[in-house]
Design a protein around this ligand. Structure first.
Ligand code: HEC
Length: 571
């Protein structure tokens, strides 16, 4: 009666109203052993998890699935995973289960025969079945991880709550949620009239816009190098390209032109979408472009000097509540004279877990030098996913004063499996003293206080150039509450111009924006940066919406820095 009353108040939730009963099926697990749904009839409940092996959200949930299994196996709940992804072989499934230490069976649904029984859409997606094989809950595991966010902890544990409800014989409070991970592509059928083919049109486009990151050993979670893999990811490619999530690029195209602009030209987007719409035709292999030869190792060529972080750092499988604090390494250069650096690169040892690296030069004459706003000065180079190393134009170089130390600031993001990292800095010295010294100024504001709950808190910084200068690149830096960032130049004659606008700042992508044509400014010009911060509960990345937030080094504090690379024309 109570259940009925609750049901009447709430109305039927989606899955409860159309509760599907899953027909029995048999699939082989990762050890080649068959398993049937019917064999689980003695359990109080069965959790079926649709999993992949490469999807970032899927993998972020690895440790959580282990915990849930631990919590509920003893209470008579059976956990079984199914992999229906065409791109994941039985071998891949086995390797993934081992590296993620999954304590339950993973079945390979090679023919996608079981997928339609559930109608699963994404990985990870959970189905909770009662002993009559009726689906009682379907959807996400909880709300901790999603597209563009990682909460410090879940605010709702949907799957666990549904299991508790079922075990206690209560109606399921929320029986249906949307799973946020990667789409499971149904094997497509190419139309006979397809005009766009992989070989002729799509392969060159992927080479140009995607493979820099989506190949083995790079930051993209999967390789987009072969026809079969690209087809298997095609539903997801349609989604990310339509929503302009990929390739990652965050500058508003209305302002500034940048030579590292990664955004996909409209014509290429249309080609890619038409190919998927027409069923992913392969075309004639003779029309395939030759593979791109990507430079491996250092992108600046062989460095003249390498500075290694002193020892490997172990990155845990799972972040603590507030994320891993920044790790700092300080290494003495022991340079006995000033050195001019023509190219410099910060190279992660393990791209899977290095979120970003900022490398600073400290000491030597640096301390005595005139400072911009005093903070973040001495930035030598930054590494962030997909970013390019700094190679300065001929005749320009950065100075490392004698006796300086190199400071590495490392930010790690766990990916579900314990990892080790030892990162490095590579330097190519200028063959002769440069015509111009490359400088980095931090146009920063350290005095701010963002009230709790405030959704759009404005902070402004500004810096005047006392000499004729030329700007080469911009690099906005904020932390998890960063919402938007704009650079505006005020010329001495009163005119002004927006140089860069990042309307949706994303901490995951620390972009350096390199001007297609350097911006020349006369002395007396003032560069003004305006940042907005979101300290409300509406920002899922917010470490703590109840806190007043001030300047601080850690990601749960904030920063507001508009870095600028420039040189003084007369020096
Ligand atoms: C600068 C590097 C970079 C480039 C260029 C890039 N990607 Fe990605 N891509 C990534 C990273 C990193 C992720 C993982 C994002 C995450 O962890 O949330 C990703 C994720 C994806 C995903 C998985 C879905 C998701 O959101 O996690 C798809 C599909 C994808 N990219 C397609 C593409 C396509 C298609 C292109 C080219 C048109 C492209 N990417 C270009 C780095 C890149």
């Amino acid at each position: 009666l109570f259940a009925l009353a609750v049901w009447a108040l709430r109305g039927p939730t989606r899955a409860e109203s159309a509760a599907a009963v899953i027909a029995d099926f048999t699939l082989n697990d990762m050890l080649g052993k068959p398993w049937s749904l019917g064999s689980a009839k003695d359990h109080k409940a069965v959790v079926i998890l649709f999993l992949g092996t490469e999807c970032p959200i899927n993998n972020a949930y690895g440790p959580r699935l282990v915990e849930l299994h631990e919590r509920y196996a003893a209470k008579g709940v059976e956990f079984v995973a199914i992999n229906s992804n065409p791109q994941d072989s039985a071998e891949d499934v086995k390797r993934h289960a081992t590296t993620h230490k999954l304590p339950f069976r993973v079945l390979k649904d090679a023919e996608q025969a079981v997928l339609p029984l559930f109608g699963a859409e994404r990985t990870p997606e959970a189905f909770l079945l009662d002993p009559s094989r009726t689906v009682r809950y379907r959807g996400r595991i909880d709300d901790q991880f999603g597209i563009d966010f990682k909460r410090p902890k879940p605010t709702r544990e949907d799957l666990a709550t549904a299991i508790d409800d079922l075990l206690e014989g209560k109606p399921i409070s929320v029986a249906r949620t949307d799973a946020p991970g990667c789409l499971i592509t149904r094997k497509p059928k190419a139309s006979a009239e397809a005009t766009v083919t992989y070989s002729k049109h799509v392969a060159p486009l992927l080479q140009k816009h995607c493979q820099e990151c989506h190949r083995a050993g790079q930051i993209g979670p999967m390789a987009l190098m072969e026809y079969d893999d690209v087809v298997a990811w095609s539903d997801m490619i349609r989604e990310v390209v339509t929503k302009k999530r990929m390739p990652p690029w965050h500058a508003d195209p209305k302002h500034g032109r940048f030579d590292n602009d990664r955004s996909l030209p409209e014509t290429d987007r249309a080609t890619l979408l038409r190919w998927i719409e027409q069923g992913c035709a392969k075309g004639d292999a003779k029309e395939l472009p030759p593979p791109v030869q990507f430079a491996e190792g250092w992108r600046i060529g062989t460095p003249d000097h390498v500075v290694l972080t002193p020892k490997p750092y172990t990155v845990p499988a799972k972040a603590p509540r507030w994320g891993i604090p920044y790790i700092y390494w300080i290494v003495e250069t022991k340079f006995e004279e000033d050195r001019w650096v023509q190219a410099v690169e910060a190279k992660p040892g393990n791209r899977a877990v290095v979120h970003h690296i900022l490398v600073y030069v400290r000491g030597g004459e640096q301390a005595k030098r005139e400072r911009g706003d005093g903070i973040g000065d001495g930035l030598l180079v930054a590494y962030a996913p997909g970013d390019l190393p700094s190679v300065f134009p001929p005749g320009m170089a950065k100075k490392i004063p004698k006796g300086s130390s190199i400071v590495f600031q490392m930010h790690y993001t766990p990916n579900g499996v314990e990892q080790a990292d030892q990162s490095a800095l590579g330097l190519v010295f200028a063959k002769e003293p440069p015509r111009h010294e490359m400088r980095t100024r931090a146009v920063a504001q350290t005095r701010f206080s963002i009230p709790p709950g405030e959704a759009a808190h404005r902070v402004v910084s500004s810096s005047t150039f006392s000499k004729d200068s030329t700007l080469l690149s911009l690099f906005p830096h904020m932390h998890l509450r960063g919402k938007s960032f704009e650079y505006k130049l005020h010329y001495p004659d009163g005119k002004s111009e927006v140089l860069l606008s990042v309307p949706k700042y994303n901490f995951d992508w620390q972009n350096n924006y390199r001007f297609a044509r350097p911006v020349e400014l006369p002395k007396g010009s003032r560069l003004e940066c305006t940042a907005y911060f979101d300290n409300s509960t509406g920002n899922p990345n917010n470490p703590d919406p109840a806190k007043t937030v001030r300047w601080g080094e850690q990601t749960w504090d904030e920063m507001m820095i508009g870095f600028v690379d420039y040189y003084i024309r007369g020096d």
